[in-house]
Design a protein around this ligand. Structure first.
Ligand SMILES: [Zn+2]
Length: 358
């Protein structure tokens, strides 16, 4: 019976994937929803440090033993619970929503909103890679089904009628989720497999800086955004005019046991020219300034020591380093989706800058 459930689950995923292939073509992809129908997740870690290698059928069967019949119907057989009946619909407590089957953190209470639909609704996942999206053409409709990226359990659907900042509505079954208050002891499956830290660097056009850091071993995630300005939720159209004070900045999530913050600083100085003031190559303006945004005083001290030691080098004697170390703990505003993974999606890459001293 349990084996049958997992077999059914795998079949559902395969059928849904086949549906994507058949439906591929103009209009098959919704503009605001990032489809993640690729299966290349073996050994891939999310930005929050979770190993997203798909669980084996044996492991899914073990986990499924704890499910009651209604949970099994929803999670393993893509069921939908009746509207206004789920236990988490009106939950307003502060905390995290985990996958009911494998405990992977899926949503945070700070992204929950009242949609009026009768199902728990969120405008964004806790970690984008923790949700897999596939085309669902059942019942004569074209919808986007969402699954747990680790166990493949059915969660619900995502629609393009949600609130800002994403405009998306992740429509969940309460049966697919398990809620843990912020300070509660979380189960083992909700503990990251790798320890991660964040670093923020501004070094000109964020497309190129993001692309280069994404290829550094030990970097789990790199994303483009804005830091160091005076307005909240800045948009590219304002930042590129140089009126908000923001710098195009890349957030890097890294495993410090593989690559250190000092090593990232060294790469940062290889990936851009730290001697150009308010400019990087052909891009002019304070939004292209060279800056380091430490997350805390420990990073600030390391960054200041690094710049001090670099400044003493012969190569920077005639053209001094202008990179600034900004005050710690500033807010990172993620840039619009079209700016993420730009070179990975569109090819090409910014040229490596010519540095003083060769
Ligand atoms: Zn799961």
């Amino acid at each position: 019976m349990k084996l049958l459930s997992a077999t059914v689950l795998v079949s559902i995923i395969l059928i849904a994937l086949a549906g994507i292939v058949l439906a591929a073509g103009p209009g098959a992809r919704k503009s605001g929803i990032t489809m993640t129908n690729d299966q290349a997740t073996v050994g891939v870690f999310s930005a929050s440090g979770f190993d997203l290698t798909p669980l084996s059928e044996t492991r899914i069967n073990e986990l499924a033993e704890k499910l009651d019949p209604e949970e099994a119907r929803v999670i393993l057989r893509s069921g939908t619970e009746p509207a206004f009946c789920g236990t988490l619909l009106d939950n307003k407590k502060d905390g995290r929503y985990l996958c009911r089957l494998c405990d992977l953190p899926l949503f945070d209470s700070n992204a929950k909103f009242t949609s009026g639909t009768g199902w728990p609704s969120f405008f964004q996942p806790a970690d984008p890679k923790h949700i897999r999206s596939i085309e669902d053409t059942s019942f004569g409709m074209k919808r986007v089904e969402i699954l747990c990226a680790r166990c493949g359990g059915h969660l619900g659907h995502v629609f393009e009628d949600g609130p800002e900042p994403t405009g998306l509505r992740y429509c969940l079954n309460s049966a697919s989720l398990e809620f843990f208050e912020r300070d509660a002891q979380a189960p083992e499956g909700a503990t990251p497999d790798r320890k991660t830290e964040a670093a923020y660097f501004a070094g000109g056009c964020f497309w190129g800086v993001e692309d280069r850091f994404a290829q550094v071993e030990g970097v789990l995630d790199a994303e483009s955004g804005y830091m160091g300005g005076t307005t909240e939720s800045p948009k590219y159209s304002a930042v590129c005019m140089g009126v908000t004070g923001h710098a195009e900045t890349v957030k890097i999530v890294f495993d410090p046991s593989v690559v250190s913050y000092e090593q990232l600083l060294t790469r940062f100085f290889q990936f851009h020219n730290p001697t150009q003031l308010n400019r990087q190559g052909p891009d002019f303006g304070s939004q292209y300034r060279s800056a380091i945004f430490p997350v805390n005083d420990a990073q600030r001290e390391i960054a200041e020591r690094f710049i001090e030691s670099q400044s003493k080098r012969e190569r920077f004697r005639d053209r001094p380093v202008v990179t600034t170390v900004e005050s710690p703990g500033q807010t990172f505003w993620r840039a619009e989706e079209k700016h993420q993974d730009y070179h990975a999606k569109h090819g090409g890459s910014c040229a490596i800058p010519e540095l003083p001293g060769g």
